[in-house]
Design a protein around this ligand. Structure first.
Ligand code: DGL
Length: 275
């Protein structure tokens, strides 16, 4: 038997962290999938809870804030940037790739293609923020991948602030009001088109009933990160990876949510002010 070539030894670059960003705590749902898919990778996460929700902001303002988040992650030596936010991705990923041409940038978009493959009655519900609902990118996803489906879009900015504040008393009522159009239309598949919404998965599933399939983007993003790291030959082989979390908001509520989503596994949580 002939032995295959031995893998190239890891370089410093390979063990640099994956940088992940979001407007707040939502991207932690994507980070959790990335960590399952790539357990040897170190990660750095920044959530801009101070400025959330981004869903009520203009594309120009979203871009302005996102550039600071990416620069923060690059200053911490991120080898790849993951925009764990649909609102930022659909409103600015092309421009962000122009501003930061040297680093690979992976985005998060609603899994419209997957939903079109899953739905049996061709009725899909798409739950997004208002800024995502208004974007041409989102509309384009629907015409490209779900042209033969009846897609009911709910664009809402009511849920994200309640998730950031962990207002679990009010959330079931707001879910009932905001997601009512999905029930009225009889959709059999719902896309969670904000990374904050998987935090509400069980409340949303309770409201929609067990027969409705609820999809999110986390797993697909994590697999895409693996593909890019593999293609660029920058996978880590670190047996002691670190996981740093940063928030522009208050540390206490942020770490409470992070503990639930990441099951307590992270190295540090710090508050940061971005100039
Ligand atoms: N996590 C963001 C997303 O995926 C939420 C946006 C917001 O801050 O409004 O769209």
């Amino acid at each position: 038997m002939v032995a295959g070539p031995s893998p190239a030894p890891a370089t410093d670059m390979d063990n640099q962290p994956i940088g992940v960003l979001d407007s707040g705590v939502g991207g932690l749902t994507v980070l959790s999938e990335i960590r399952k898919e790539l357990p040897e990778e170190s990660t750095i996460y920044i959530g801009d809870s101070h400025n959330a929700p981004y869903g009520k902001r203009t594309p120009e303002n979203i871009l302005f804030l996102s550039e600071k988040l990416i620069q923060f992650l690059l200053d911490k030596n991120a080898k790849i940037i993951v925009i764990a936010c649909n609102t930022i991705t659909v409103n600015g990923i092309e421009k962000l790739r122009e501003v930061f041409p040297k680093v690979p940038i992976v985005g998060t978009v609603p899994v419209v293609k997957m939903a079109a493959a899953v739905t049996k009655n061709k009725k899909i519900g798409l739950l997004v923020t208002e800024a995502t609902a208004k974007s041409a990118y989102n509309q384009n996803l629907i015409t490209t991948f779900a042209n033969d489906c009846d897609v009911t879009i709910v664009g809402t900015n009511k849920l994200v602030p309640l998730i950031e504040a962990e207002n679990n008393k009010v959330l079931p009522k707001v879910i009932e009001e905001e997601l009512a159009p999905f029930k009225e239309k009889g959709v059999d598949t719902v896309i969670l088109g904000s990374t904050h919404f998987p935090i509400l998965r069980s409340m949303i599933q309770d409201f929609l009933g067990p027969k409705v399939v609820v999809l999110d983007s986390g797993g697909a993003v994590a697999r895409q990160v693996r593909r890019i790291l593999t293609n660029n030959n920058i996978l880590s082989d670190d047996i002691h990876p670190t996981h740093e979390l940063y928030t522009t908001g208050n540390v206490a509520p942020f770490s409470q949510i992070a503990k639930k989503i990441l099951k307590d596994k992270f190295t540090s949580v710090s508050s940061v002010v971005l100039e």
